[in-house]
Design a protein around this ligand. Sequence first.
Ligand code: BG6
Length: 297
Amino acid sequence: MTPTLNTLNTSFAITNALHFAEAVPGLPVADIRTPLASASVALQGGHVLTWQPAGQSPVLWVSKAAVFAPGQPVRGGVPVCWPWFGAVPGKATHGFVRTRMWQVRGTELDATGQVVLRLGMSDDDATRALWDHAFDLELVVTVGSTLTLALTTRNTGSAPFTITQALHTYFCTGDIAQTAVQGLDGTSYLDKVQNFAVCQQTGDVTFSGETDRIYTDTEADSLILDGAGGRSIRISKQGSASTVVWNPWTEKEKTMADMAAGEHRQFLCVETCNAGPDAVAIAAGGAHTLVATISVA
Ligand code: BG6
């Protein structure tokens, strides 16, 4: 059951730093404002929607056509894809936690002025019907002049399980045609646009058509060079062996009801993942943490 705003604010609001409001009825959002940054995080999906460090324009992109409704994924921000990344026949793409309600487990203003929001969920009848494993999942979002997301999967059952996952981050960019991603030179990738052909990156990733790639076996930082916007965005990661780079370009964009015409020019996804061959096996009683840290220069 979704807690009321009153209950959330009584238990977890932080004066002058965090309070809960509703994006639309039934969809509570943690609204964070500090001298370091502003951000908003929807409890449905544990979905970071916005992050804007002081003195910067917004870093995360959300479509003008995004749908905010119970059970619907949001086009933009940082969808959490778990316990599978991508398409699985007969099941929802990118898993089920991006459309489920997460519980608030704690909020804190730390000694450096960052807000720390701890969200979680564990298995129940509905999750076991979709994926028959016992788990605890926790997402810790730290909002300051950097943004950190740490997603911990615990196997609370008595048998091992395997997951794929992504912090599927949508970044604003001034003009996709003047955007490059550094850090993947020499890395192999599965090209979804060419039926998962194995390819190798040479130089920076640049964009001139639909781009949908799973870079494998890489723990490198990615650096987005936003030429038109005149800034760069660094994504550092831990516990992640894959990086996905995605832009739908003109034709695929038209097939997405929750993306407005021409919007592919204004964003790219650089996703901190364990995908494809980089699936993670977690033993009974074991845990794994996936971390993405985003900073702007
Ligand atoms: C990317 C995938 O991560 O997410 C793409 O690599 C997919 O293939 C995209 O189209 C968006 O997925 P969805 O389910 O949010 O439309």
